[in-house]
Design a binder for this molecule. Structure first.
Ligand SMILES: O=C(O)CCC(=O)C(=O)O
Ligand SMILES: [Fe+2]
Length: 351
């Protein structure tokens, strides 16, 4: 919030260092920087990114989020996402579970479809509260475009490194096809001293996520690790990660790592936590499976990891809807439903 000096991220909590990727260099074709990005995406699946082109739009996006969340609950519920697998619109706190015992989340979210933002004022999927509409053209659409532009460049780099024919990943994430790609603003209310999970452990459903947050709280459980570590927010940097769709397309070469959100640590827990994400997801009709027929590298990766999931047996639309619906507390009748909300993550991360 402008004018408020937030306490710094503490230096005595377990923290996961991540490399910083300079998007400006990546875009300019700097081979050393592209190698840094590739290493980050194929080992940890998470990295910081600077010079990404969306900096000036982040604070206006948070303003949109603050004005939206300040509306009375009944007004926000007019834009409720529903419980059948949709995600555009408003999600009230407590709609999802955060662990196997069925504890509820405490994160409020407003999700705005890239299709609705790009086509505004024409509605493709749904309508939004007035603070979103008021900023759709000045803020939301340019934010979505800046994030898509950065993520498209990254997809092109991964396409080349994976040995795929030119334009393959671009076609699977075509702007023309409707998708679940969306911008999200999240509020986790101040909860002094609490360590109760705010957003449960998950891997992201789609391909690439682009995250801005001012206070800590994001934790990762990276491949080969068995302890949760905070990711320290760095001013002027976003946190990027690979999601399940890219993990599947690449035969597991690109890592979709497990993460969750706790209240901000220690002194930071006295403040509301705001975060902002853009999710790039494949077109709705795209089949989520390893692209073995189009790349020797991917075919080999699949042969080398016979036990991993290489075909979701679902389109991007079906995969997203199923996971989203099963994550809803009201749809979970037991462990089987909870498990159906999971993605490519290892079972150790379920609790
Ligand atoms: O708020 C955050 O830091 C992360 C949110 C997240 O993981 C998500 O919305 O998928
Ligand atoms: Fe996430």
């Amino acid at each position: 919030m402008p004018g408020i000096v937030l306490p710094p991220f503490p230096d005595d909590v377990p923290t996961q260092p991540l490399v910083i990727v300079d998007y400006g260099l990546v875009k300019a074709g700097d081979e050393a920087e592209i190698e840094t990005l590739w290493q980050a995406a194929t080992v940890k699946g998470f990295w910081y990114m600077k010079n990404h082109g969306a900096d000036d739009l982040i604070e206006p996006m948070f303003e949109m989020g603050r004005e939206t969340m300040a509306l009375p609950l009944e007004d926000k519920m007019n834009y409720w996402q529903g419980n059948s697998g949709g995600s555009f619109g408003y999600k009230a706190a407590g709609a999802t579970t955060v662990d196997l015992t069925g504890s509820k989340d405490n994160a409020e979210m407003i999700n705005i479809s890239k299709d609705d933002a790009i086509s505004y004022p024409q509605k493709v999927h749904t309508g939004y509260p007035e603070p979103v509409n008021a900023r759709m053209e000045s803020t939301v659409k340019p934010f979505v475009q800046a994030c898509m532009s950065a993520n498209d460049t990254i997809l092109e780099i991964f396409n080349k490194r994976l040995g795929l024919p030119a334009g393959t990943l671009a076609r699977l994430h075509s702007l023309e096809e409707p998708s679940f790609s969306e911008a999200r603003c999240i509020k986790v209310p101040a909860s002094p001293g609490s360590t109760k999970i705010a957003v449960g452990a998950h891997t992201d459903f789609g391909s690439l996520s682009f995250l801005a947050n001012g206070l800590g709280g994001l934790q990762v459980l990276l491949p080969g690790q068995d302890d949760w570590r905070y990711v320290k927010p760095l001013p002027g940097h976003v946190i990027c990660n690979v999601g399940d769709a890219l993990n599947l397309f690449s035969g597991g070469i690109l890592k979709s790592s497990v993460h969750r959100v706790l209240p901000p640590p220690l002194a930071q827990s006295y403040y509301d936590r705001w975060s902002l994400v853009f999710f790039t997801r494949p077109g709705n009709s795209v089949h989520l499976k390893a692209l073995v027929d189009q790349s020797e590298t991917i075919a080999q990766a699949v042969k080398d990891a016979p036990d991993a999931m290489h075909d979701a047996n679902a389109t991007a639309f079906e995969w997203f809807q199923r996971r989203q619906a099963k994550w809803r507390a009201s749809n979970q009748k037991g462990l089987e439903d909870y498990l159906a909300s999971r993605g490519t993550e290892h079972t150790k991360a379920l609790v």
